[in-house]
Ligand binder design. Structure first.
Ligand SMILES: [Zn+2]
Length: 648
């Protein structure tokens, strides 16, 4: 679609009018859940990640004046070494660090970024090309294998880093470097004669280009993103053509199907989420952005279909996605194994990116519910409570074999969770005209600019541990505004009071948001009460892995049982349908958290000595039950863990 449709003519209603997220730096987590996590990420995660990037040789790739050293990570059968995309990791680190810089200026941190930027600028080729692997190791192979080598994926992450750094500091140097790199890509790829009609198999640059367009306003940046998305999956495949140019048989492709990269058919025709999970989520994020920027209902419809397919058939209860290690992604629908769940941290985060974008163009609580689920569960589980250990795979069951690691062979996840949490404020609120949408709950103070005036919002709450929220407004003068408050999909009983007077939620709720339009005055207060009982969840019968199993959830938080709390493997537990399970706040648990307690039964092994099979089932004996939030697992003694518990 041409960029000429981008701007509506005066008075012509636009199909998609986007809510604009608040600047993350205008949201301050003054207490509570996110204060603790964001401080940890700022004070521990960001500095230790820089250290690891140095120790592990990631930053050495920028020493363009020296010949490259031996490969630390060998070439895989696909032709890819993890070192091909080292640029992406420090790109994401710069992005995360920039988000903290915008809130808390730190000259040392800024100097570390400047040092990287200086080297990148020095290494950039005269034509604007910038990818450290190809410049230093294989300059002759530039743009010869978009199918396997992540060339534009890396550049996309550098671009996102450059945008964040520019927005944090106002310094243009890195941004200008990356704009030159984008100019080079524009000169190289497209439908015009003489250009390559290619696109990268690992999506990422598409969403980065939309971000760039929103900074520069340059339609060429939007057009390039549009081109990449529309070109994807066109047959005959560019990847086949490219393989033949390399003298290879396209049939020798390691992953066998271009569904691995969502390039098996045009994106608008796709109805099932397939392939590599992170790639899919980055692509769909870009599609949501482009649906809005280009006023393109076809792309929005594709996003809607794919979102419903994902959340209705392919998503773990934790918000994890992509069950299989072999393709780092999807298999068949309803295939959600627990112990072998791949559920990469990056994939959950990227679902958060996509769901957030969808909610801005279509204010529907189903999108924000998904964002909230990954936030409190399948994404946050990727980071240890101490802020310097990680999970790549987020299994839902373990016999104790899973341990958090300090750094990974393929460390895409650590910097991703860092940038997610350091920019978290932007996910809480957004504004459109005189509407303010409140998407997430948690103690914070925010300042939004709405139609030229400042609106201060303060949330006092112990969310997610309690369901009561006091939201107060600070205004310099009375203002007519519509507040749209998300009514979480998990909540069955919501009550809302405005200045002490209860309103009828049923009347004012539309697609999961409670709309309150009125003249607001300084000091007005909304009280929200989200009933937060312990919930039992059951999986669709097609999810064989979860048959006869129950999971516990309270509010947005999914629970798991760890061996360290109950002294036995949770796989031995048998939950009774009627057992009373109650919440209790445990101050001493990893910074304080609500745990669930009650009675369970345990399959007794005592009279099974020397017997593997017998004619009578095990005896059951009472066992004290305790579950902790899933995101906190594997932070204490090593042991077994289970989310889906057997129910008798
Ligand atoms: Zn990852």
């Amino acid at each position: 679609m041409s960029s000429s449709l981008k701007k509506a003519d005066g008075g012509v209603p636009r199909l998609f009018e986007r809510y604009v997220p608040v600047d993350h730096a205008r949201v301050s987590f003054h207490s509570g859940f996110w204060k603790s996590w964001s401080q940890t990420v700022r004070d521990v995660t960001i500095p230790t990640q820089h250290k690891r990037l140095g120790e592990e040789g990631f930053l050495e790739v920028l020493d363009f004046d020296r010949p490259p050293g031996p490969l630390a990570r060998p070439i895989q059968p696909s032709g890819l070494s993890m070192q091909h995309f080292f640029d992406s990791d420090f790109g994401k680190w710069i992005e995360a660090a920039s988000y903290t810089l915008k809130v808390d200026p730190d000259p040392d941190l800024e100097a570390k970024i400047d040092a990287i930027v200086e080297k990148l600028e020095r290494g950039q080729m005269a034509d604007g090309y910038l990818n450290s692997w190809f410049i230093r190791r294989e300059p002759e192979k530039r743009w010869t294998n978009l199918r396997d080598l992540h060339e534009m994926y890396s550049m996309g992450h550098l671009l996102e880093g450059a945008i964040a750094y520019f927005e944090a500091t106002g310094k243009r140097r890195f941004l200008d470097v990356m704009i030159r790199a984008v100019d080079h890509i524009i000169d190289t790829f497209g439908t015009e004669p003489g250009k390559l009609r290619g696109y990268d198999a690992h999506e990422e640059i598409e969403l980065a280009l939309v971000k760039l367009y929103r900074v520069t306003g340059d339609p060429r940046h939007l057009d390039l993103a549009t081109y990449f998305v529309d070109e994807r999956g066109r047959m005959p495949s560019y990847f086949d053509e490219e393989a033949r140019r390399r003298g290879e048989d396209p049939a020798d492709y390691v992953y066998k199907t271009y569904a691995y990269s969502q390039a098996h058919m045009p994106v608008r025709e796709q109805t099932q989420v397939v392939g590599h999970a992170v790639r899919a989520m980055y692509l769909f994020s870009a599609m949501a952005d482009l649906a809005c920027e280009n006023q393109d209902p076809g792309l929005k419809a594709a996003c809607d279909r794919l979102f419903d397919n994902l959340t209705g058939r392919q998503l773990y209860v934790t918000g994890g996605l992509g069950p299989s290690a072999s393709n780092e992604g999807f298999t068949r629908e309803f295939d959600l194994p627990n112990e072998t769940a791949y559920a990469e941290t990056c994939a959950a985060i990227a679902l958060g990116f996509w769901a957030h974008r969808m909610a801005q163009i279509d204010l529907d609580g189903k999108f924000t519910d998904a964002l909230e689920t990954v936030l409190f569960n399948g994404a946050l589980s990727g980071l240890s409570r101490d802020g310097e250990h990680y999970f790549y795979e987020n299994v839902l069951e373990s016999h104790g074999q899973n341990r958090r690691w300090k750094w990974h062979y393929c460390p895409c996840c650590p910097t991703n969770i860092a940038r997610f949490i350091t920019s978290l404020g932007q996910y809480f609120y957004s504004a459109r005209g005189s509407d303010i949408a409140v998407h997430l709950y948690g103690a914070n103070v925010a300042e939004l600019e709405v139609e030229g005036r400042f609106v201060r919002l303060r949330q006092e709450t112990a969310y997610p541990w309690e369901g009561d929220v006091r939201l107060s407004l600070g205004l310099s003068a009375p203002a007519s505004l519509t507040l749209r408050l998300r009514n979480p999909g998990w909540c069955r009983n919501t009550r809302v009071w405005v200045n002490g007077q209860e309103i009828d939620c049923a009347v004012s709720t539309e697609k999961g948001y409670i709309a309150i339009a009125r003249e607001w005055a300084d000091g007005d207060e909304i009280r929200l009460s989200f009933d937060m009982p312990v919930e039992r969840l059951y999986a669709h019968p097609a999810v064989g892995e979860d048959a006869h199993r129950v999971a516990f959830k309270r509010g947005p938080v999914v629970y798991c049982v760890e061996e360290t709390d109950i002294g036995t493997e949770p796989q031995r537990l048998r939950m009774s349908r009627e057992a009373l399970i109650e919440p209790r706040f445990e101050d001493g648990l990893l910074g304080g958290a609500v745990v669930l307690e009650g009675e369970a039964m345990e399959a007794d092994a005592e009279d099974w000595a020397g017997t593997l099979y017998r004619g009578a089932p095990p005896r059951l004996k009472p066992k004290a039950f305790k579950a902790i939030p899933y995101h906190l697992w594997a932070n204490r003694d090593r042991g077994a863990m289970q989310v889906w518990l057997l129910e008798e």
